[in-house]
Design a protein around this ligand. Structure first.
Ligand code: SF4
Length: 106
């Protein structure tokens, strides 16, 4: 599945209020149990949720070279916890990604 297809799917699911976990089979949930999830957007405004969706935030990047932890807009949280972003509001997964990814300086 292409990166663009994955982004469209996630953006669509977020737009209709469903997380990607809705489509994940039970066996996959068991296999991914230890993976960090930063998809709870209940604490952000509708406008911020729209921005998050428009920038196609994904909780797990399909490109290992472009993950939030390598983006200059990312603010790390505690170990094994969600971080934050100066642009995309809500919890941000260090392994996530959006269309505004920008490499950290130096
Ligand atoms: Fe992640 Fe996008 Fe924020 Fe960069 S701008 S930290 S890629 S959500």
């Amino acid at each position: 599945m292409s990166e663009q297809t994955m982004r469209r799917r996630e953006a669509l699911l977020q737009a209709i209020g469903l997380g990607t976990a809705t489509l994940v089979p039970v066996w996959a949930l068991t296999a991914c149990k230890s993976q960090l999830s930063c998809t709870d957007t209940s604490g952000i405004s509708g406008a911020d949720l729209t921005t998050r969706t428009q920038l196609q935030y994904m909780d797990h990047s399909v490109n290992p070279q472009k993950v939030c932890s390598g983006c200059k807009l990312f603010k790390a949280g505690a170990e094994n916890a969600c971080g934050s972003c100066t642009l995309v509001k809500g919890p941000i997964n260090p392994a996530g990604n959006c269309t505004s990814w920008a490499a950290k300086d130096g």
